[in-house]
Write a protein that binds this ligand. Structure first.
Ligand SMILES: [Zn+2]
Length: 424
């Protein structure tokens, strides 16, 4: 709609009208968006925000060495302060890139929740755990989810967050599913991340990771599956008959970087009605939390892997980044579109630059020509978090300075420990 105005009151979109009509309304604040496009804020459906502290630390490695030789040894040094600083830097990066909500899956999540509260972004948070932690890991994840649910004025929603079927055993997954049903909590976990994991699961247990989710009852809950590039054709009927709300998050840059042979089967999931949200995973593998890039990559990789230039279109890519992503994190009725009654999570994108002119096809301009750096204004719950590229709630220089001081202790591997072992 040309010449549109969005009227926001108490954090909610009240109406979408013409600018002439809006001018007649009383307003505490007016934002001039001429030459810009308003979009629903992007949703990053799966990340480990504090891992921005490890951006670029483990490059050009296979998945197993990435985990076992670098990331999991370093993570045994993590302190709550590291998590807090990483989360703050991550939120700054996401707000600057037009992300208004992120789903996070990590440790010391109290620190992440505090950063979310302070900086104004929206988040879906889960305290991750492995079976190697014993039942305490699961109990801590539940306690976190119950305590923070509805926090930060409703901007925080929560999930139970078992790490993955290859690090959390069937008994723990079954217990998690029971807790999810008992407390009406969703589950967010990694599963069928790549083809190698699916094949290893079949060889060792005779079932795919998706079948593990079914037999442990996880698919009877509302579940967000990270990656799913190892979902097999035989898994599709299982997913389509799942009793709960199932969604998949795709973060394609990492799959390319790890040289995984397949990507998330977005088209097959679409055909069985499963929303696919866009994600970045953590910056230790993805190198950025740029959902704009995930959107462009998803469009390109889908065309390449299906051999069909019509799949998927720029309009579809935008739908994945906004409404499908909102559905994936259980907020499909709350955000993901700009319409009366939705929370006002809105971004303004500048299309006046030479790389975005002229505009013949608005969706294509947004997905394939615009960049996250073209986002000028980011609004969450009606609060302006970035105005004309200036962050209003986070001091990036201060965060980077503090993080630098933490690095020697964080990167010290002389202890020889690791928090977990990866063998699919
Ligand atoms: Zn992940």
């Amino acid at each position: 709609m040309d010449d549109a105005a969005i009227v926001v009151r108490e954090g909610v979109v009240e109406s979408v009208t013409s600018s002439a009509r809006a001018e007649e309304l009383p307003a505490a604040e007016r934002i001039d968006g001429r030459g810009q496009i308003a979009l629903p804020g992007l949703v990053n459906c799966h990340t480990h925000a504090p891992m921005v502290a490890l951006r670029g630390i483990a490059e050009d490695l296979p998945t197993e060495e990435w985990f076992n030789d670098v990331v999991w040894p370093i993570e045994s040094n993590l302190t709550e302060k590291d998590v807090e600083l990483g989360a703050r830097l991550a939120c700054a990066e996401m707000i600057r890139g037009g992300v208004t909500c992120f789903a996070d899956h990590y440790f010391s999540m109290d620190a992440v929740a505090a950063v979310v509260e302070e900086c104004g972004i929206r988040a879906h948070l889960g305290e991750a755990y492995f079976s190697s932690q014993g039942p305490q890991g699961r109990e801590k994840s539940l306690e976190f989810a119950l305590r923070h649910r509805g926090g930060a004025g409703g901007r925080i929603t929560t999930a139970l967050a078992p790490h993955a079927p290859y690090t959390v055993d069937d008994g723990d997954l079954t217990a998690t599913a029971a807790l999810a049903r008992e407390h009406s909590l969703p589950v967010h976990l990694h599963a069928a991340e790549n083809r190698g994991q699916a094949e290893a699961s079949l060889a060792r247990h005779g079932v795919t990771p998706i079948e593990v989710l079914r037999r442990t009852g996880i698919l009877d809950t509302d579940v967000l599956i990270a990656h799913g590039s190892g979902i097999l054709d035989s898994d599709l009927p299982i997913l389509s008959s799942a009793a709960g709300r199932t969604a998949v998050a795709t973060a394609p840059r990492g799959y390319l970087k790890f040289a995984w042979p397949t990507t998330t089967p977005v088209r097959a999931l679409h055909d069985i009605g499963i929303p696919v949200g866009l994600a970045t995973d953590g910056a230790a593998s993805n190198n950025s939390l740029d959902v704009w890039e995930s959107m462009a990559l998803t469009a390109l990789i889908q065309k390449s892997t299906t051999g069909d230039p019509r799949w998927l279109t720029s309009r579809q890519a935008l739908h994945h980044a906004t409404l499908q992503s909102a559905r994936a994190v259980g907020l499909g009725e709350i955000v993901g579109s700009i319409a009366p009654g939705r929370r006002a999570d809105i971004i303004l994108v500048d299309l006046t630059g030479p790389h975005t002119q002229p505009v013949h096809d608005l969706a294509a301009t947004l997905v394939h020509s615009a960049r996250s750096s073209d986002v000028r204004t980011t609004i969450v719950d009606g609060r302006v978090l970035m105005r004309d590229r200036e962050l209003l709630s986070i001091d990036v220089g201060a965060v980077v300075g503090e993080l630098e001081e933490r690095m020697p202790a964080l990167l010290d591997l002389s202890h020889g420990r690791r928090i977990q072992n990866y063998s699919t």
